[in-house]
Structure formats: structure tokens, C-alpha cells
Design a protein around this ligand. Structure first.
Ligand code: ATP
Ligand code: MG
Length: 268
């Protein structure tokens, strides 16, 4: 499952042809997937514990999706049970006046993970080639060079010890409609809904074009994108967790060893 969803550098991306459901990748039913997901999450908890204790490497997880695409739910489900001291989540909203007075990567670089930490970006620097492009917030002469700027920035992070995993949660417009409706029908979910979401929905095709180009331009050997079928939350959770677990297993973090001989220690 790890590499099923990983894009290759140079690969053409046509999102309309890429499944938003897990069926073609997974034979089991929802119940089996949930069981597998929980087992994978237990592994993630153990690996994160080691990663934090080792304190040498850094992991950056980037989540992008359309509104109601499941970024919040992914974070809530996949990271449940980890040691919160070693994991931080950053949500990137419309930039502040101060942020806008700097280059677009300024606010991002400040919260790149230090050693031992896993940082999760709920939205990211990619908004600067997505929402910014679709709504003409800056001209193409400004956003187009950002693909290269992003790749170079991510190369810097990579070369200085950061493993980068990027996930695009791929939902269908029908799934978005259902989720918006669910938010409207439930007053406890109204806070998650804004009229602006409906405005952005009208630009669905433009967003898909922006996502496609971003996925093509910014899939690099050092910072791969994964396109996760995300209409079914149970498949999405399983797929994302497996990829993170696999990556951490490859990093193989080790508990620090002490140079003191502890075998004879007696506590008075
Ligand atoms: P939810 O999915 O739960 O609604 P959200 O991530 O959409 O959460 P909101 O506060 O609703 O959070 O929206 C944040 C908004 O900020 C998004 O519409 C996003 O496109 C916008 N945004 C993020 N980064 C930038 C940026 N660099 N320039 C302009 N807009 C941005
Ligand atoms: Mg929103």
C-alpha cells in the first residue's frame, strides 16, 4: 500500500482518472480495514516513541485537500495515542499582515520540525500555488516560480535531516457535497462550515488543474506526494497510517543507549 499511492517524479497526473475510493487497492471490507488501521496505529505509537527518544531525525507530514477533504479527521484519527510532546500540528490560514510582508516560505520555515519531532502541516506552503493561483491573489509571474522555490526549500529540509511525506486527500465533488450537507444538518458542525466553502466549490475544476500541476511539479525524490483515495475515511486512515509507519520503520529509530553501566545500580 505504501507505494501504491506515491507519485513518481516526472509522472503525469490526471486526477479525474485517479480513484477517490479504496476499492481498487484494497480487497477487505470496512471492518477489516479498521482492525488493520488500529494495529498500524499501535505500531506508529511505538515508532514515534522511539523517534522522539532518539532525538536525531525530523519528520514533516504535509496534508492538503479540498474543503471537507478530511485533513482534520486524518490528524485526529491517525495520531490518536502518540506522545503529544513529540508531535505538533500547524494549521495554515489566510496569511496575516506580518506574514504577507515576508516571503511565502517565512511562516513555514519557522515551524519546520527540529530533531526528534514530527510536525504535521494542515494546509501548507502549497496554498501559495493553489488558492492563490485559483483566485488570482498574485499574478502567474509570482506563483509559477514557487514550484522551484518550494522544491529547493524542501531539498534544504531534506539535506538537513528532515524526512518529508506529502499527502493529497483526493475526494470526489459528490463526497464534498455530502460532507457539506452533513455539516449543515448538524448544528454542532456548523462551525466547520463557511459560505466561502461554497464559493470555492464553484472553482472545483480550476482547483483540480492547480492540484495536478502542483503534484507534477513538486513530486521530487526527496519529498514525494501521495494521492490518497479519501472518499472512505476508513481507507484513507489505513493508507496514510501505513505510509507513515513504513517510513518510520525505514528510519529505524533507536532508543538512546547510556554509557553508564546500569546493571549493578541499586536505588537506595
Ligand atoms: P476546515 O477544512 O475545517 O474548514 P480549513 O483549513 O479550511 O479547515 P479555515 O479557517 O476554514 O480552515 O480556512 C483557512 C483558509 O485559509 C483556507 O480557505 C485556505 O485556502 C486559506 N489559506 C491558507 N493559506 C493561504 C495562503 N497562503 N493564501 C491565501 N489563503 C490561504
Ligand atoms: Mg474551511
Amino acid at each position: 500500500m505504501t507505494y501504491l499511492h506515491r507519485l513518481q517524479p516526472g509522472q503525469d497526473v490526471n486526477l479525474a482518472e485517479m480513484p477517490t475510493r479504496g476499492k481498487s487497492f484494497y480487497e477487505g471490507d470496512k471492518e477489516t480495514a479498521v482492525t488493520e488501521f488500529k494495529a498500524a496505529r499501535d505500531k506508529l505509537i511505538e515508532l514515534q516513541n522511539r523517534f522522539y527518544a532518539e532525538g536525531k531525525r525530523k519528520l514533516l507530514i504535509v496534508l492538503q485537500a479540498m474543503d471537507a477533504g478530511g485533513k482534520d479527521g486524518t490528524i485526529r484519527n491517525v495520531l490518536r495515542g502518540v506522545n503529544p510532546q513529540g508531535v505538533r500540528v500547524y494549521s495554515f490560514k489566510v496569511p496575516s499582515k506580518e506574514e504577507l510582508a515576508h516571503d511565502f516560505l517565512w511562516r513555514i520555515h519557522q515551524v519546520a520540525p527540529p530533531t526528534g519531532m514530527i510536525h504535521v502541516f494542515n494546509r501548507s506552503h502549497y496554498e501559495d500555488v493553489l488558492v492563490v493561483r485559483v483566485h488570482d491573489i498574485v499574478p502567474e509571474t509570482v506563483w509559477r516560480p514557487r514550484y522551484t522555490q518550494i522544491n529547493q526549500f524542501e531539498k534544504l529540509l531534506h539535506d538537513t535531516g528532515t524526512t518529508i511525506l506529502k499527502f493529497y486527500l483526493h475526494i470526489s465533488p459528490e463526497a464534498q457535497k455530502e460532507r457539506f450537507q452533513a455539516r449543515l444538518d448538524d448544528t454542532s458542525k456548523h462551525w466547520k462550515f463557511s459560505l466561502e466553502d461554497l464559493e470555492k466549490r464553484k472553482f472545483w475544476d480550476d482547483y483540480m488543474a492547480a492540484y495536478e500541476e502542483m503534484l507534477e511539479q513538486c513530486t521530487t525524490p526527496w519529498a514525494p506526494w501521495h494521492v490518497i483515495p479519501a472518499d472512505q475515511k476508513w481507507y484513507r486512515n489505513l493508507a496514510v497510517t501505513n505510509i507513515i509507519v513504513n517510513t518510520l520503520q525505514q528510519l529505524d529509530p533507536q532508543y538512546p543507549t547510556t554509557t553508564d553501566d546500569l546493571s549493578e545500580v541499586v536505588i537506595a
